[in-house]
Write a protein that binds this ligand. Structure first.
Ligand SMILES: C[S@@+](CC[C@H](N)C(=O)[O-])C[C@H]1O[C@@H](n2cnc3c(N)ncnc32)[C@H](O)[C@@H]1O
Length: 213
């Protein structure tokens, strides 16, 4: 997903340093100080316009959340929402998910969410998929031993690839759903923008949850 350039984005980001950090170099290990309360920290990599992460932060006030997004124009839309909502348990990070180990310390994160990640269907782009082994290694390094990875997508090819990639990495599957919206997890499920769009078109939503051994 590429959003149209938003000329106001950089100014909005610069005006709210308490809500958003841009490629932070010295924050690893100290994220809790940016929240109202110290509590388990969950990140979403590739948050898009932030529907999921803002609703998660509202639904679970006893958890802290960070939206990690590589596109300035997308994270600026989340920031607009956060300027209104002022959620004390939500922070934003403009940066590349491939650099998570520079942004977070070991064991700093309790869980990682990936939602409707770009599928990068061409084999030569495999390394860009957020479930490629180099990303799995990043999540592992920053995640607590009790942590989990949760992934949703409408893309069958990316889902199958991810099952194989996580399995090859040695991860343990806690749950696999081939039709999330018709499963018992549906009632607690928070929809992302993409999820809403694709499920309205009648597409099935896949979900997996896994942890590291
Ligand atoms: C297809 S959109 C899905 C957005 C949202 N999660 C949803 O479900 O509606 C994928 C998002 O991931 C972001 N993204 C892709 N690669 C990324 C990376 N390496 N690090 C951080 N964000 C990334 C893109 O900029 C885009 O906003």
């Amino acid at each position: 997903m590429r959003l149209r350039n938003k000329p106001w984005a950089a100014g909005l980001i610069a005006a709210h340093p308490s809500m958003i950090l841009v490629n932070p170099e010295n924050i690893a290990g100290n994220w809790q100080a940016r929240f109202a309360k110290e509590q388990p920290l969950y990140i979403e990599v590739g948050s898009g316009k932030g529907q999921f992460i803002t609703q998660m932060a509202q639904k679970y006030p006893d958890r802290n959340f960070i939206a990690v997004e590589i596109q300035e124009s997308a994270i600026a839309v989340i920031l607009q929402k956060q300027v209104e909502l002022k959620l004390p348990n939500l922070q934003l990070l403009l940066g590349n998910g491939a650099a998570l180990t520079t942004f977070f310390a070991e064991n700093e994160v309790a869980g990682v969410y990936l939602n409707f990640s770009d599928p990068w269907p061409k084999k030569r782009h495999e390394k860009r998929r957020l479930t490629y082994k180099s990303f799995l290694a990043e999540y592992q390094q920053i995640m607590q031993p009790t942590g989990y990875l949760r992934f949703k997508t409408d893309n069958q090819g990316l889902f199958e690839y991810s099952l194989m990639s996580l399995n090859a990495y040695g991860m343990v599957f806690d749950d696999i759903s081939l039709d999330l919206h018709n499963s018992e997890l549906a009632k607690d499920n928070i929809l992302t923008e993409y999820e809403e769009k694709f499920s309205k078109r009648g597409q099935v939503i896949y979900r997996l949850e896994a942890h590291y051994k």
